[in-house]
Ligand binder design. Structure first.
Ligand code: SRM
Ligand code: SF4
Length: 564
């Protein structure tokens, strides 16, 4: 069955999940249920490292499940942290993985423990509903603001947007939490989503200028907080961002969002509903790879879509207000919020938190969670903020950070390595074509001598690696990106800016590490000697004519003068 039919016939996302879970013969779910479980925040996967060996032994693949949390803005309390850590250790692969959208992923959960794991997660008061599937996903929020009170308001707005856009079905609670079915599945209404939910996934991000850590222009819908005299007065709205594309398919492309206007905080939920339902009704339900909102905008035209949004919302968007972004990465180390509390940002290697021989990070963060009185914030760059630390507790946190080597990432020798991202990729991702997370530390190390040779160790160059063109590490916004093509082979993309406002361009196709290093060497040399002040690497490549904008037919760069 195709995905549209599976959704429509699923009895509001129930399908035969209960039967699939109860079947002791296989570690897998029935085929249609593999689609439906995504809406519950989980993916069926198999361990690709042992796939061939299992086949040789005539065993079914080593089926296992990934579970993703719905944690708007990536905020968790120390109590929740400790419980999630215990779940990772008891049911999953002994690691917590911070995603590029500020969620946790657990990997390696087996089918017969799936329900217990879901129940344990829900017992922390965190759920996984709508973390995957054709619905609104985990809402991103700027993680490391200096303006604490405006951020708190913005975070609350993001959290209520997330709640407002949740599916209405009780399927999740019945299947995982044993809630009794009181309403017939056929009678349940989905006022926002309708019978077939959205044509495709939908993503919302809330940014706080001047930081664009959420990469707001990669989201289907972006809200850019406008803060005047310390007060959050409303949001600029951006629509139509997205990264995914398919190698060699000219019908697909990454796209940066268009800034289309300004709305007040009171208009936020109506705006979100209007945008989401416009995509629900106009999105392409025939061709799934063309179903994202970015293509709906390109196919129908921006003016038509904006008019439709305004019609549904019942008000016109005001002209966008001036704002400016200065970087899309995180700021590491301690910063003081305006309320006098402190926030410590730790750089983590591709967001993976595990205990390894030289780096007991899971244990270290457990020790911090046991004494921390503030909160943890996962960043959209796969890093972690130990947030809201009273001044008098900084020394204690610093001592634990040092004891467990939690600052290893902050002490990496290049700014590039500290800020780099990589998607999960192998061995769990079924779509991976090349290594990403596991390759990032090696690649950064190989790049180090080149950076040093050209005096660029502290140049904040944005590097991102994805194991395939779906772009989960948002590679098309990076100044340097490797996009997986085949084992050990990548497309080298160059020329994004460091504010997340310009897409990069394919520079060399399907090359191996030695070629990548050889290609970058002379470019680093020119950048080192010809850059203009603190000009970014991507900006330099454009100014000097080394790369041009990519040949995609639609929105490739934010063209407004956004630098207020
Ligand atoms: Fe992603 C599919 C991991 C952020 C675009 N993504 C997947 C799957 C579920 C593979 C699959 O479909 O079988 C990956 C699971 C890997 C694993 O083993 O864990 C996966 N995506 C991730 C995460 C964990 C990457 C990471 O290293 O952190 C991120 C989880 C985010 C979250 O918490 O919700 C993740 N994915 C993204 C982003 C970045 C973002 O949203 O800011 C993108 C690009 C933005 C966008 O959506 O356009 C992204 N993921 C995709 C796509 C391409 C969608 C498209 O429009 O074509 C796929 C494939 C698909 O949907 O068919 C995909
Ligand atoms: Fe998997 Fe590709 Fe996403 Fe990486 S970019 S996690 S390889 S789907």
């Amino acid at each position: 069955m195709n995905v549209e039919d599976i959704k429509a016939e699923s009895h509001r996302l129930r399908g035969s999940l209960l039967k699939s879970l109860a079947d002791p013969i296989t570690g897998a779910l029935r085929e249609d249920d593999q689609t439906l479980i995504k809406y519950h925040g989980s993916y069926q996967q198999d361990d690709r490292d042992i796939r061939d060996e299992r086949r040789r032994q005539k065993l079914e693949p080593a089926y296992q499940f990934m579970i993703r949390t719905r944690t708007p803005g990536g905020v968790v309390t120390p109590e929740q942290w400790l419980k999630l850590d215990a779940i990772a250790t008891r049911y999953a692969s002994h690691s917590l993985r911070i995603t590029t959208r500020q969620a946790f992923q657990f990997h390696g959960v087996i089918k017969r423990e799936l329900k217990a794991t879901m129940q344990a997660i829900n017992a922390t008061l965190i759920d996984t509903l709508a973390a995957c599937g054709d619905v609104n996903r985990n809402v991103q929020v700027a993680a490391n603001p200096l303006l604490s009170s405006a951020h708190a308001t913005l975070y609350a707005d993001a959290a209520r947007t997330s709640e407002h856009l949740l599916p209405n079905t009780r399927a999740y609670y019945e299947i995982w939490l044993d809630e009794e079915q009181v309403v017939g599945a056929g009678e349940e209404q989905e006022p926002i989503y309708g019978d077939k939910y959205l044509p495709r996934k939908f993503k919302i991000g809330f940014a706080v200028p001047p930081l664009n850590d959420v990469d707001v222009f990669a989201n289907d819908l972006g809200f850019i907080g406008i803060i005047e005299q310390g007060v959050l007065v409303g949001y600029n709205v951006s629509i139509g961002g997205g990264m995914g594309s398919t190698h060699g398919d000219a019908e697909t492309w990454p796209r940066v969002a268009n800034v289309v206007g300004f709305v007040t905080r009171e208009q936020l939920l109506d705006t979100a509903t209007a945008v989401l339902t416009t995509q629900r009704d106009f999105g392409n339900r025939e061709v799934r790879k063309r179903a994202r909102f970015k293509y709906t905008i390109d196919d129908h035209g921006l003016d038509f879509i904006v008019a439709e949004i305004e019609r549904r919302a019942g008000f016109s968007l005001q002209p966008a207000r001036a704002f400016g972004f200065d970087h899309n990465g995180d700021r590491y180390g301690w910063v003081e919020g305006e309320d006098g509390r402190w926030h410590l940002t730790l750089s983590l290697a591709a967001g993976r938190i595990a205990d390894t021989e030289n780096s007991p990070q899971l244990s270290g963060l457990r020790a911090i969670a046991q004494v921390h009185t503030g909160e943890f914030r996962m960043t959209p760059n796969q890093n972690l903020v130990i947030a809201g630390v009273p001044a008098e507790q900084r020394a204690q946190i610093d001592a634990l950070v040092a004891q467990y080597g939690l600052d290893a990432g902050n002490r990496l020798p290049s700014a590039l390595a500290r800020g780099a991202m990589a998607c999960v990729s192998l061995p769990t991702c079924g779509l991976a074509m090349a290594e990403a997370e596991r390759y990032l530390p090696d690649f950064s190390q190989r790049l180090q001598p080149l950076l040093e040779k050209h005096g660029l160790a502290q140049a904040p160059i944005v590097l991102r690696i994805s194991g395939c063109p779906n772009g989960c590490s948002r590679p098309y916004l990076a100044e340097i990106a490797l996009v997986g093509k085949a084992p050990g082979r990548y497309n080298l993309m160059l020329g994004g800016d460091h504010r997340g406002q310009r897409l990069n361009t394919l520079y060399r196709e399907n090359i191996t590490e030695p070629d990548i290093l050889q290609t970058l060497d002379p470019l680093f040399a020119r950048y080192a000697s010809e850059r203009d002040g603190d000009e970014g690497f991507g900006d330099f490549l454009h100014r000097s004519g080394i790369v041009a904008l990519p040949p995609y037919p639609t929105h490739r760069e934010i063209s407004l003068d956004l630098h207020a």
